[in-house]
Design a protein around this ligand. Structure first.
Ligand code: MN
Length: 502
């Protein structure tokens, strides 16, 4: 999958009131800050020092240039001095890239012994930022406000998360999702309005008959199939029966054929996310297991049973977290451990969990699948290391999209689970299972999620702001009573909103 070049622009607001000398100093200070952000390890993109803007025309021009530049995924806007904000109105209304209002100043400390009125005129972010904030509030523009000195690591961390949200939003705007077959029949939460998704997120969801995929699946004696099964042998732990000459080798070959067919199909159409359903596999020998797991490990989004919303979310979160340790996978809340002393959720799926979250070298295994009526599918089996993690879901309520995030701790399994032949992860949800599951269910959260150890709650919340969708968090501070109030208040607010967004 090709990685595109992405950058951020650092644009500084000022005005002509203070004279040329002051504007020269403003530009020098802005360049110093942009350089520091560009060099900061917390910010995963290049930061380009943009202009100091002082008139409505200059602001409209820079916003228009940002809109037209495919490499620019967002703007960092800083008011060095007072920048009378009516100047910003028409430019900001035309801007279709996300922006962060960075409320900082060049100096960290007040120079107690030398401060005079020249210094005060030059360094007035404290009120310049408020003037800018008024206009962005008045215009109801989606944005993130980040406050603090630009050298502070916690401030840079927050800018890093905003950058990941901007990367995710840019990826969302150009994403195409392929669906092999339709939804699992009768399932409600995996349905949704694909026109609304195109309008809200900008991603396209295209359906295909399974025969179009089957036509691209190579024969078993194709050299590419042999090369791929060799790669499996060198990448995964596997028993002799799965290797060439073994009585289960044909089952591994079947997944190699499916993987090659899927890769060709997805690359030909520039699809970066896809769905399958076990109810529509005509012409495929097995439910795609290993094939899906390996495609997810390469960055493709996946959703089972036709779940295109989760598939898109998995891909976008993979891109958002690509500079961070850990990984992201399609996931399903499967079953509970309800021991009150150690309450846990076991997450897994029929087969399709991404090895980007595997704790060690995965084992390739072949076992029967009790649903679907197909041959025994090959799949990777592994555990997940203990780590802070989260589950995110995106649902379509008919009138709007809602994202729900539950922070969890992935924990070591208390036992080996020798009879469970799928990749799995155990987690303890925050604040506790009783609260977390009740809130999730009151909110209508899906059984499918995007599980991640590499993307933060904060980055997802900023992403939801860019998409102008509802965002609900279940974390250590959540109580059922307060959460239910938030649901009711949000329902009221969205019904009052003219276009179903805030
Ligand atoms: Mn499922």
């Amino acid at each position: 999958m090709k990685q595109q070049k992405r950058t951020l622009w650092f644009v500084t607001g000022s005005q002509h009131l203070y004279g040329e000398q002051t504007l020269k100093q403003v530009a020098a200070d802005a360049n110093a800050i942009a350089r520091a952000l560009n060099d900061a390890k917390q910010i995963p993109l290049d930061v380009t020092a943009g202009p100091v803007v002082t008139t409505p025309e200059e602001i409209r021009t820079v916003c228009g240039r940002a809109n037209a530049d495919p490499e620019c995924v967002g703007l960092i806007l800083w008011m060095h001095t007072f920048s009378p904000a009516k100047m910003w109105v028409t430019g900001l209304l035309s801007l279709n890239k996300p922006f962060v209002h960075f409320h900082t100043q060049h100096n960290r400390d007040i120079p107690w012994d030398t401060i005079d009125m020249d210094f005060m005129n030059l360094n007035q972010s404290a009120h310049g930022g408020r003037e800018f904030g008024f206009v962005t509030s008045r215009l109801e523009l989606p944005r993130t406000v980040i406050v603090g000195h630009w050298s502070e690591p916690t401030v840079l961390d927050e800018l890093g998360d905003w950058t990941r949200a901007a990367i995710g939003w840019d990826e969302t705007r150009q994403l195409k999702v392929a669906r092999f077959g339709d939804n699992m029949r009768q399932v409600a939460v995996t349905e949704g309005d694909k026109v609304a998704a195109l309008a809200r997120f900008g991603y396209e969801v295209d359906g295909f008959g399974i025969g179009d995929l089957v036509a691209m699946v190579p024969d078993a004696d194709d050299p590419a199939v042999r090369a791929l099964t060799k790669e499996y042998e060198s990448t995964y732990a596997m028993e002799a029966s799965l290797r060439p000459g073994g009585d289960r080798h044909a089952d591994v070959v079947a997944q190699a054929r499916i993987e090659l067919g899927m890769r060709r199909f997805l690359e030909a159409g520039d699809y970066r996310a896809f769905t399958t359903t076990f109810e529509d596999l005509h012409g495929l020998p097995q439910l795609p297991g290993l094939a899906v797991q390996r495609l997810m490990a390469d960055g493709y989004g996946f959703g089972g049973e036709g779940d295109w919303k989760t598939s898109a979310l998995v891909h976008v979160m993979k891109v958002m977290g690509s500079d961070r340790p850990g990984g992201t996978s399609f996931m399903e809340d499967y079953t509970y451990h309800m021991d009150p002393a150690n309450t846990l959720v076991l997450g897994a799926h029929m087969l399709e969990i991404c090895p980007s979250i595997a704790s060690a070298k995965p084992r390739l295994e072949v076992h029967p699948l009790s649903i679907g009526g197909k041959d025994d599918p090959a799949r990777l089996v592994f555990n997940v290391d203990p780590a802070p993690a989260l589950n995110a879901t995106l649902i379509d309520l008919g009138s709007r999209f809602r994202m729900i995030v539950n922070e969890v701790d992935a924990v070591a399994s208390p036992a080996e689970l020798p009879k469970l032949p799928v990749a799995r992860v155990l987690w303890r949800p925050a604040p506790d299972l009783r609260t977390a599951a009740a809130c999730w269910i009151y909110a209508g959260g899906a059984h499918h999620t995007s599980f991640t150890t590499s993307v933060s709650t904060r980055a997802l919340e900023m992403y939801a702001e860019m998409a102008r969708i509802e965002f609900l968090l279940i974390d250590r501070d959540t109580t059922v009573r307060e959460f239910r109030k938030e649901l009711r208040w949000n329902d009221a607010a969205y019904r009052l909103s003219s276009d179903g967004r805030f």
